[in-house]
Design a protein around this ligand. Structure first.
Ligand code: NAD
Length: 298
């Protein structure tokens, strides 16, 4: 019994040591980067009290029916926009009341890395507005924002509270864009709905440009978002291939490094798209990385 508990203690210490080394490695990679970006997913916000979808206590892990319903939302909008707006305004969101939710230490840590000039921006799958609330300036909201509406014609986006959506719905009117008169939908990108072109193009460019990519709290199974780390990875392979034949030697020095911070391994871990995984909570790991960056750059 005593021997077993000593063994468990040894493992715990080894993990902690490993974690410390990895945090130091991530801080070093960030400090020497020229263009670091972060990709974030639902795991980033679980410590703020918003459930993820596919983690062990995720909404869809516990309730697979909610997942199949979510697949019908976009078709509903196309077939019956009035019914779509009625449902959206009357039924509670499956993510709960997002208005009450506050950013956590992980969101603040990423905002701080941006203020330090290290992180150039975030591409998030989250629709909860928490990166913005934490102070990050440069955000691409790949799956939209639950607090905004988007015009289906000119793609302009506005916070929904600038429209009287409930009033319009009571009068049987559809919400229309102030710029062009196009039909508005929620900015949230539903299953089956194309990613808005402006965001899709800019995200792809960021994945091509970055030399460090931090991937935080995502299972990396929802496409096309999940292609972004693979794009960054392929870019690196391409840079290295060119370096082997004597071209782009300077590029090889700054080849992209892909770091995952996640509670569990993901397909990116198993297929070696990421260089290393820091297994833990983003709200704990990211602040430690920021501290280490400060310590090393002092
Ligand atoms: P996901 O649910 O598929 O995966 C979340 C991942 O994060 C899992 O691997 C889980 O183990 C990990 N995780 C959970 N808590 C963590 C923590 N504290 N620290 C580190 N890792 C943690 O999420 P996804 O990959 O983002 O895909 C889900 C889709 O659903 C996205 O497209 C997103 O738009 C949407 N979504 C958004 C929110 C939100 O806005 N907060 C919440 C749920 C779902």
């Amino acid at each position: 019994m005593i021997q077993l508990s000593l063994l468990v203690e040894d493992c715990r210490k080894e993990n902690e040591l490993n974690m410390e080394e990895l945090i130091e490695r991530a801080a070093g990679d960030l400090i020497s980067s020229k263009y670091a970006i972060a990709l974030t997913g639902a795991g980033m916000s679980t410590e703020s009290g918003i459930s993820d979808f596919r983690g062990p206590s995720g909404i869809w892990t516990k309730n697979p029916e909610a997942e199949s319903k979510a697949y019908q939302t976009y078709e509903k909008f196309l077939a019956d926009p009035r019914g779509y707006w009625q449902e959206r305004l009357r039924a509670p969101s499956i993510l709960g009341d997002l208005g009450e939710v506050k950013p956590n230490h992980g969101h603040y840590a990423l905002a701080e890395l941006e203020r330090m000039g290290i992180l150039k921006g975030i591409i998030t799958q989250n629709i909860d507005d928490l990166h913005c609330k934490a102070g990050t300036q440069n955000i691409l909201e790949y799956h939209g924002n639950a607090f905004k509406v988007r015009c289906t014609n000119c793609s302009s986006r506005l916070y929904a509270d600038e429209y009287d959506l409930e009033g319009l719905e009571r009068e049987g009117e559809l919400p229309l864009c102030r710029n062009c008169g196009g039909l508005l939908k929620s900015d949230v990108v539903h299953f089956g709905e194309p990613i808005p072109l402006d965001v899709a193009h800019r995200s792809q460019e960021e994945a091509w440009t970055c030399d460090v990519m931090l991937i935080c709290g995502t299972s990396a199974v929802v496409y096309p978002f999940a292609a972004l780390p693979r794009i960054a990875r392929e870019h690196r392979v391409e840079r290295e291939r060119k370096a082997d034949i004597g071209l782009y030697m300077v590029e090889k020095v700054s080849a992209s490094t892909i770091v995952e911070i996640n509670a569990e391994p993901t397909p990116l871990t198993y297929e070696n798209t990421s260089d290393y995984l820091i297994q833990g909570k983003t709200g704990e790991v990211l602040p430690k990385i920021v501290e280490k960056v400060k310590e090393v750059s002092r």
